[in-house]
Ligand binder design. Structure first.
Ligand code: HMG
Ligand code: MG
Length: 299
């Protein structure tokens, strides 16, 4: 007997994960229109941008303008790995923060220029302060299944890292298959353990679709009790420091699959397609995800 939730929360990561890897600079105004279109489609949780070094990720250099220009609807995250980013994000008015760290040292060094342990040492007092200030903190866990440099990651290593964040009181763990290599059995296995180990923490699954297993991985995670998924409109995305990582699973394909199973998301597919249309002309490649292609052929 299938075990499925009645409702799923989609955390739209297109404006952040989707655009960070985009080679041509997207104008701030075009990003803001994309975000507005996503909000009109019913997206209530979103990663807007990241406060990181503009030398490392030039596409995210307009993070302050993005926060300032976005209507406050639902929960809007900004990502940052350090104190400087947290301070700038708070000054800009962000009240939901996402920190990020990789389970594997090699990836974390490439992404943040620190070992995983060094990153955790930096983050501990910062998270404590954010909690005192009443800020919603989500921890994004990269290379939770596979690392592009070290190969398979042991589930117990991922769970150990998650436990530290839970002990520090983060509200949410977003657990990522950074290079889109996990299979549905691995997805079910890890998410079942996470749901059991951390019953009071929001558990979110973040799948990249490099090997076209993301929808199957989501279906497996649903069976393990997960009802929150990070997805990216148009399937845009990828981490610039993870070789071989391609786009996130497409929001429209996930929403379609869920709606077809009578699971509510609060997202209107036609309006979502309109939001994707707004960004398509500003990114390098045409968007050819399943549901968006049907929409284009119809209109
Ligand atoms: P570093 O060079 O070791 O650090 O980089 P630094 O402290 O020496 O700073 C270098 C320069 O950046 C300095 O400027 C700093 O002031 C500045 P300079 O003195 O040279 O002019 N700087 C900043 N500027 C703006 N905002 C900041 C900031 N911090 C320093 N917050 C650093 C270390 C962490 C800064 C760098 O490695 C970095 O920015 N990394 C970001 C990497 C990134 O954004 N990756 C993508 C997001 S994670 C992801 O996509 C995975 C996820 O989707 C889940 C999954 O799929 O796995 C979440
Ligand atoms: Mg990602």
């Amino acid at each position: 007997m299938l075990s499925l939730p009645k409702k799923v929360t989609i955390i739209e990561v297109g404006p952040r994960d989707g655009l960070q890897n985009e080679k041509q600079l997207v104008a701030t105004e075009d990003k803001l229109q994309f975000i507005e279109g996503l909000q009109q489609a019913g997206v209530e949780e979103m990663e807007l941008t990241s406060f990181v070094s503009p030398k490392w990720v030039p596409q995210m250099a307009d993070s302050k303008e993005i926060v300032a220009g976005t209507k406050k609807v639902g929960r809007q995250f900004v990502l940052t790995p350090n104190e400087r980013g947290i301070n700038s994000a708070r000054e800009a008015g962000a009240d939901a923060l996402a920190v990020f760290v990789g389970v594997s040292d090699s990836f974390n060094k490439k992404n943040i220029n620190k070992s995983t342990a060094e990153s955790m040492e930096t983050l501990k007092p910062l998270i404590q302060k954010l909690k005192e200030d009443g800020v919603f903190v989500r921890a994004c866990i990269s290379t939770a299944f596979y690392c592009p440099f070290e190969g398979a990651v042991k589930p117990e290593d991922t769970i150990r890292l998650c436990r530290q964040f839970v002990d520090w009181g983060v509200a949410e763990l977003s657990v990522a298959d950074t290079i889109g290599m996990a299979n549905p059995a691995e997805s079910y296995g890890l998410f079942q353990q996470l749901k059991e180990a951390f019953p009071d923490t929001l558990i979110t699954a973040h799948f990249h679709d490099t090997r076209k297993m993301a929808l199957a991985n989501i279906f497996a995670a649903l069976q393990a009790g997960v009802d929150r998924f990070d997805t990216s409109a148009g399937g845009l995305g990828g981490c610039p420091f993870a070789p071989g990582a391609t786009g996130n699973v497409a929001t429209e394909d996930v929403v379609n699959m869920l709606h077809r199973m009578d699971i509510k998301t609060g997202i209107d597919l036609d309006l979502l397609a309109k939001a994707i249309e707004k960004i398509e002309s500003h990114v390098s490649n045409p968007i050819n995800t399943g549901i968006y292609t049907l929409y284009k052929n119809r209109s």
